[in-house]
Ligand binder design. Structure first.
Ligand code: PHE
Length: 339
């Protein structure tokens, strides 16, 4: 072993090269995984105790010499770097692929942006909720079918702890804490015990809005939603409100926008009706205001709620909601330049 070390010391001391490839080969030959110095250090473990001191010293001489030699050679190449004509600095650099925002985030940000311009603040709340904030405070009668196991994922019962089925509970929390005027939207993830299909998913996102002040009217609601629809889908967009029912609003309505594809003429996206349903809305039921300690004699308000995925599907002409959850980069990459 000692002979081998001495032979290598001599070889390293004499080593010279002008080629960086040869230098690299030399480095690998000595220090690579199966390099000679690496192997010697492996073998050193097996050396009998009485020989360890002498061999160890020689081995260290070799190692130190080899390292300083390699350093010198590297220095040399660094200095000669400037005159290395094989390197063309005018070539373009390697492209760095940029990520893209998820279509749901794009649409959510756009909705937030539109309502911010109308003075709405953003509020968030927990995804795991209690019965009071999701149902009772919102005037759901105890036997209301929406509380049914069909729609709600319950986590615990008596008292009920559950995954929120809409983001209205965030607004209950805001009303409990804050005095009117209140003008806020709550974007967030919601959960419903539904079969997954091309049109619906058990997890999706909503943005709900709430405006409470003195003398807020249905006309304010309609004007707000018209402004939103034009900003979102284009200035030619028309809206219509159809009577509907929600426990927490009275009167309640569902809002359609003129079809984003055919503009109202009728096509297979709007099923030849010319209209697409995009949100629920209404005047906050006085019972809800009373439940959260806001005087329903003095204040009125409106509320609305929409599914972000549905709007993303319409806006981008996506046919299957499941694409929004699979995160296939070939799908997501197509939104690099969107919005
Ligand atoms: N919370 C309702 C839902 O989840 C939407 C809605 C909000 C309807 C506000 C009317 C007013 O479907």
């Amino acid at each position: 072993m000692i002979e081998k070390i001495k032979r290598l010391v001599a070889e390293v001391a004499a080593f010279e090269t002008d080629s960086s490839e040869v230098a690299e080969e030399f480095r690998v030959r000595l220090f690579g995984k199966k390099g000679e110095i690496t192997v010697l250090f492996e073998q050193f473990k097996e050396v009998p105790v009485q020989d360890k001191r002498v061999i160890g010293q020689e081995l260290n001489v070799l190692k130190t010499l080899a390292i300083s030699k390699l350093k010198d050679i590297q220095e040399k190449f660094k200095k000669s770097f400037k005159v290395d004509l094989s390197l063309d600095l005018t070539l373009p650099g390697d492209p760095m692929p940029l990520g893209s925002r998820h279509p749901v985030s794009l649409v959510k940000n756009q909705i937030i942006d539109i309502f911010s311009r109308l003075g709405f603040t953003i509020s968030t709340g927990p995804e795991i909720e209690d019965d009071w904030h999701v149902f009772s405070a919102l005037n759901f009668p105890p036997e209301h079918p929406a509380r049914d196991m069909q729609d709600t994922f319950f986590i615990e019962q008596d008292p009920d702890i559950l995954l929120r089925t809409h983001t209205s509970p965030v607004q209950v929390r805001v009303m409990e804490k804050q005095k009117p005027p209140i003008r806020t939207i709550s974007p967030g993830r919601v959960f419903r015990n539904e079969a997954i299909s091309a049109r619906s998913h058990c997890i999706f996102h909503q943005v709900e809005g709430l405006y409470i002040d003195r003398r807020v009217s249905f006309a304010d609601l309609k004007q707000t939603l018209l402004f939103f629809s034009k900003e979102m889908f284009g200035q030619d967009t028309r809206i219509r409100l159809r009577p509907s029912f929600f426990p927490f609003t009275e009167p309640s309505a569902e809002m359609d926008v003129s079809c984003t594809l055919c503009g109202g003429k009728g096509c297979n996206v709007c099923k030849y009706t010319g209209w697409l349903e995009i949100l629920g809305c209404g005047m906050v039921d006085p019972n809800v205001l009373d439940n959260v300690g806001i005087d329903s004699q003095e204040f009125t308000g409106f509320a609305f709620g929409m599914g972000i995925e549905r709007i993303a599907l319409l806006k981008f002409g996506i046919k299957d909601i499941r694409l929004l959850f699979e995160n296939d980069v070939r799908f997501l990459r197509q939104f690099t330049s969107a919005l």
